[in-house]
Design a protein around this ligand. Structure first.
Ligand code: AMP
Length: 290
């Protein structure tokens, strides 16, 4: 049976009791509306730790004004059953008032990794993410925390957060779970109309174009990015849906800075608005062995 805890002191007590029994604590932070991507993180956590805590918290501070904070799906009962079925023992479901005192003053500056890409599109987003993750880590105090590669920039910022603030939490990166046609699972996919859903595969198709180009030996980044944009546009041209490509880029997987040439491992990243829904995705790139 899963225990639902909304109070910080109770959560701390539950984790402390498990720790006293020598259990290793795993943590999966989420915003709920759980899908197989989230559940893959939960399964990784269950495999590697003894007590798994999953949080469900739609964090207001990582949404900009005009974004979908109010509309964000909150199917709490279905989420709790899904977690319970996976063997999660504790669901932490704080309210915004529990997480943030009205006079909160201190926040985490996520630094240069947050400057580009999603950080440039969504002002304050990564400061909100870094701050809430630091707070959740401080409340849960896990040994290991599990994050999806789907949100690659977020993952890199969290790794850096742990390093720079000496948080002492092991970060486990989990691969992206996709639909059969390649679209990465996302809670926001629920916003897509049938026609938008069809068009949304432009995003993974742009990534596949990058991977294909590199596999064929194209290492010049402007050429790879052109192939990404072309693949994206081919799909979009076949539909009536309003779509805008926010970025399609090849970046250094550690610094997230744009590359001129693929020399070692790199990351292809794509973001787009399909209708009004913001979708992001990424994949690793590696030049063919010499
Ligand atoms: P969210 O609820 O969107 O904040 O996501 C919670 C966690 O699930 C984050 O670490 C995400 O990167 C991860 N996640 C979301 N979608 C996927 C996916 N399709 N595959 C793997 N992990 C995912």
């Amino acid at each position: 049976m899963i225990e639902r805890i909304s109070n910080k002191a109770e959560l701390r007590a539950a984790v402390a009791a498990a720790r006293k029994e020598g259990k290793r604590v795993g943590f999966v932070p989420t915003m709920g509306a759980l899908h197989e991507g989230h559940l893959s993180l939960v399964r990784a956590a269950c495999a590697r730790t003894d007590l798994v805590v999953a949080s469900i918290f739609v964090n207001p501070t990582q949404f900009s004004p005009g974004e979908d904070f109010e509309a964000y799906p909150r199917p709490i009962e279905a989420d709790l059953s899904a977690l319970s079925a996976e063997g999660v023992e504790v669901a932490f479901t704080p309210t915004p008032a529990t997480m943030y005192a009205p006079d909160t003053q201190v926040t985490v500056d996520p630094g240069p990794l947050a400057a580009r890409w999603e950080g440039a599109l969504r002002a304050g987003h990564f400061a909100g993410v870094a701050t809430v993750v630091a707070k959740l880590f401080s409340i849960v105090r896990p040994d290991l925390a599990f994050f999806g590669e789907k949100d690659y920039q977020q993952l890199k910022i969290i790794e850096r957060l742990v390093l720079d603030l000496d948080l002492g939490v092991g970060i486990v990166a989990c691969p992206t779970v996709r639909e059969r046609d390649g679209l990465a699972l996302s809670s926001r996919n629920a916003y897509l109309s049938a026609q938008e859903r069809q068009t949304a595969i432009a995003v993974p198709e742009a990534l596949e174009a990058a991977a294909r180009a590199v596999a064929w030996g194209e290492l010049d980044v402007p050429a790879i990015e052109a192939a990404m944009r072309d693949a994206f546009q081919v799909r979009v041209a076949a539909s009536d849906v309003a779509v805008s490509l926010d970025y399609a880029a090849v970046i250094d997987p550690a610094t997230l800075e744009p590359l001129e040439r693929v020399a070692g491992t790199a990351r292809a990243i794509v973001a787009a608005h399909v209708g009004t829904t913001h979708l992001i995705d990424n994949c690793p790139l590696a030049p063919p062995a010499a």
